[in-house]
Design a protein around this ligand. Structure first.
Ligand SMILES: NC(=O)c1ccc[n+]([C@@H]2O[C@H](COP(=O)([O-])OP(=O)(O)OC[C@H]3O[C@@H](n4cnc5c(N)ncnc54)[C@H](OP(=O)(O)O)[C@@H]3O)[C@@H](O)[C@H]2O)c1
Length: 209
């Protein structure tokens, strides 16, 4: 599958490494694809991962991942051009001024992304897992659960399979509106990781028989 990962930070790098290692064709969408930092990143990733400017990066992509800070989400989406009918993973969390959710209760970052990227099929996913675990590392012998939500069933099927390939336990939790619950959950995971000193190797898991 051709995957465009928009953002060359922790999440973008982790996903590019993991999916390219599984044989997918990955291009990183960057504001500065020719910078020394990005060139070095590509060399360290190998596996044919390339970089391109934002618009160019998504041109042939089957799936696009938004992996930029919340404050850059609107401008980044706008730079991607018309995303009607495209499959987009929203991995962002709407943090403003540090670890504060800028949207919540009756709206969500996921829904805001859908308004900015009019016509795109947005699937909220991968926002609650630490970027250092994107290779699907098991914890306590189990796969980490990745809840996904979105309004388009086919988009959730394709994206769910792609995330499951990484080694995660994917759970379809419903419509995009459920982002209102997934974004605060990310904050809980960060608080456990940092404030309670549990570190990076913690994950959310839904146990069931
Ligand atoms: N870190 C995690 O463990 C984690 C886990 C789950 C979800 N998330 C969410 O995923 C998103 C990305 O997180 P991250 O940790 O990968 O962020 P990051 O390491 O700070 O990287 C973000 C990337 O976005 C691009 N970008 C575009 N506009 C930017 C701007 N104005 N300022 C800074 N960077 C900009 C940059 O790539 P270019 O310079 O190449 O354009 C940058 O490398 C965030 O919304 C975060 O909440 C993070």
């Amino acid at each position: 599958m051709r995957i465009a990962v928009v953002g060359s930070g922790s999440v973008g790098t982790g996903l590019a490494r993991a999916w390219s290692g599984l044989g997918h064709s990955v291009v990183i969408g960057s504001r500065s694809p020719e910078s020394e930092r990005v060139v070095e990143l590509l060399a360290s990733l190998g596996n044919g991962v390339s970089a391109a400017g934002l618009t160019e990066s998504v041109a042939d992509a089957d799936v696009i991942v938004l992996a930029v800070p919340w404050g850059a989400a609107e401008v980044s989406l706008s730079a991607l051009g018309d995303l009607s009918g495209r499959l987009v993973i929203d991995a962002t969390n709407p943090f403003v001024g540090g670890l504060n959710l800028g949207i919540g209760y009756d709206d969500s970052g996921g829904e805001q992304v859908a308004r900015w990227a009019a016509g795109a099929h947005i699937v909220k996913a991968l926002n609650i897992v630490d970027a250092r675990l994107l290779d699907g590392k098991k914890l306590d012998g189990r796969e980490i659960s990745i809840p996904i939500c979105g309004d388009n069933k086919e988009a959730k099927r394709v994206i769910g399979e792609l995330i499951a390939e990484l080694g995660f336990d994917v759970i379809d939790v419903g419509e995009l509106e459920i982002s209102r619950l997934l974004e605060p959950l990310c904050l809980l995971m960060i608080k456990l990781s940092i404030k309670k000193s549990l570190g990076a190797e913690i994950g959310f898991r839904v146990l069931r028989n």
